[in-house]
Design a protein. Structure first.
Length: 175
């Protein structure tokens, strides 16, 4: 016991971070695993989107630069609600960049130069993959009767589809 600390205070400080939930231990573990993978992908896609935003060039610079900034902001806005949802359901969330790197499925792009059309195509495919993975986790949380997580995911699927749509439309060769 710490010096001059009441025993119950020390016990509370050392207590596990498992938030009580009616979903059950196994459901909590499954939700945390699925949502942490989503969170890692969101961070990876956020950083890739910002990377392309920072390194955009060419005649459509302004439009692409602003679009990617808007999309990055939307991705970043997802991170806290995802992490908080994991904690609300009794799980533990990501702790470091290394943790993200171990479980992310969105591939990084560290190339010195990427043509703008290739940037847009890569982000479009990544957003499609994000929607697919969100649907997979939605199906799982739906089966576990985690209505709140399912509700959040539904909005994020819509956002991923909108990002995909915009990236597709600005990439079309229209005469």
């Amino acid at each position: 016991m710490e010096k001059n600390q009441p025993e119950d205070l020390v016990r509370r400080r050392q207590a596990p971070l498992t938030t009580p939930t009616d979903l059950g231990t196994e459901a909590s573990k499954n939700i945390a695993a699925g949502m942490n993978a989503i969170l890692a992908d969101v961070f990876a896609l956020y950083l890739k989107t910002k990377n392309f935003h920072w390194h955009m060039s060419g005649p459509h610079f302004r439009d692409y630069h602003l679009l990617l900034d808007e999309q990055a902001e939307q991705l970043y806005a997802m991170t806290d609600p995802i992490a908080e949802r994991i904690r609300k359901t009794g799980g533990s969330t990501l702790r470091s960049i290394g943790h993200i790197a171990r479980i992310q499925r969105i591939e990084d792009n560290d190339a010195d130069f990427v043509d703008p059309p290739d940037m847009l195509a890569e982000l479009r495919e990544d957003n499609i993959a994000m929607a697919v993975r969100l649907r997979e986790v939605h199906e799982m949380v739906d089966e576990l009767r985690d209505v709140a997580t399912a509700s959040l995911i539904e909005n994020w699927i819509d956002e991923a589809e909108r990002r995909t749509w915009f990236l597709f439309e600005i990439s079309r060769n229209v005469s």
